[in-house]
Design a binder for this molecule. Sequence first.
Ligand code: KG4
Ligand code: ZN
Length: 349
Amino acid sequence: MSTLFADEPSTRPTAAPGPDTRILGIETSCDETAAAVVAGGTRVLSSVVSSQVDLHARFGGVVPEIASRAHVELLTPVVAEALVEAGIDGDGVDAVAATVGPGLVGSLLVGVSAAKALALVWDVPFVAVNHLEAHLYAAFLEEPDLELPLVVLLVSGGHTMLIAMEDHGRYRLLGQTLDDAAGEAFDKVARYLGLGYPGGPAIDRLGATGDATAIDFPRGMLDAGLDFSFSGLKTAVINHVRKHPDSDTADVAASFQEAVVDVLVAKARRAAAEVGAKGLCLGGGVAANSRLRERFLDVCEEDGLRGFLPSRSLCTDNAAMVAAAGWWRLGSDGPSPLDAGADPNLRLG
Ligand code: KG4
Ligand code: ZN
């Protein structure tokens, strides 16, 4: 392997990022090709997201090879649009941050390679960003003064985690799913019910018209610690529909959604109590779910917790959160070496 860039933090040493430091963020970990320019870690000057949902829908899920090819085609125009929207060109970018993991390796490599190339050409630092940390930073884009410690419920297609954020860059994993992620359960159940892909928004819409008390689906591990399990619930839905083929699909969707939300909300409030958190925050694609958002705010009010819900566009994958996390990382760790690779299994902390 080439050692050309080994131990070389960046081509140009930088001062710590300040309120005007403009970071170009790049996100290609799964099926969204995204670029954004964020100033000072919180001011979004532009945020462009090109979703590949239509390309993957006929397969009922993300096809890794199709995703990475689409990133190759889409990334250049998406970055160009982000710069135009921000009213700057390469000269106005102070650093380039990209998601290096976790995610699909082929997809990650497209964004990471592009970010490093741009950092070299523009002679600015490259910043490697953890996708999970980026989801945590979505909240700070809208609420820069969120008080710590904070408990974050991170629920996406690949992850379901409860994280204590004790300080910037200091995290403790309190619990996580032992099998399916919550978003994966939404997607699989939606596919079984014939609702298409992605399943979360489809169940959200249909569930709003159904009776959430119609079917008493199991609440996996409800009283057991802070870990989650959703695969039993998915099987219970399939068994129910097989036994009762005439069930109203809206009632099934609403009852399934209620079971997921019950568990997520119960564990999040338990985690906040255990940690003595000042606030609770939601992140990840499933945080766009209407019923989860409603119940989450109710619980925060009941428990006297500051509840924070990023807007839907910041919950799902985007590059503004990558730029925000990159701003903090640049301040704490400095530029990342240009030989830092993509890591599909990257963990938090
Ligand atoms: O964070 P994200 O955009 O990508 C990953 O990093 O996984 O999350 C995507 C997941 C998908 O499983 C999708 O079905 C789910 O978030 N999702 C939702 C909703 N919108 C997106 N799940 C439930 N209700 C929604 N409204
Ligand atoms: Zn994500």
